[in-house]
Design a protein. Sequence first.
Length: 217
Amino acid sequence: MSDRTSRRWPGVALLGRLTRSGRGRGQAPPDLLIVGIGNPGAQYAATRHNAGFWVIDELAGQYSIELSDRRRTCVLSDGVIEDHPVVLAKPRTYVNESGRAARYLLDRYRVGPERLLVVYDDMDLPPGRLRLKAGGGPGGHNGMKSMISAMGDRGFPRLRIGVGRPESGGDDVGYVLGSPSEAERDAIADGISRVPKVIVGILTDGMERTMDWVNQA
């Protein structure tokens, strides 16, 4: 692994810009709830299945948001990105029960699924490739199956982070629970470093315009 990558992995370049908002339940709801899918615990921290967690780490560092509010289903914090109130969250459950955190967040902040952005790993994309969609099915991802089941809705946005596939005949489960190679880590880190621009695009320009340029890359 290069020195540059080792300094920033799994949360990539950390450049504090904005402060926490300190909002409470009685104030305006967030414009976006950003939930990264992953498995809790140090043994999973560097595995491909935790790419969603890595994105939350990057956003937390980039915008000086400390995830310090620990709830039964997730750890979270309010913050501000480009003057827009947001919430960052990581489920405290395993991937296949991620929907419990999503349901809690929607109920807590009293917003609809259209304000929930789920970020997760995708084996169908090369390492580091980003894809943004406004809704759809789970695509074989157990975390997304749980999200859809818990919310009873497929109409929520999602950002996929490519992690690549194992060689032909390889074990998919073992692959996502394994660690990327050095080259893969660099590619995924570069992809994650572009996520803050995607989030700003969603908040300022909307999903449709942001999807246009994200999905052309």
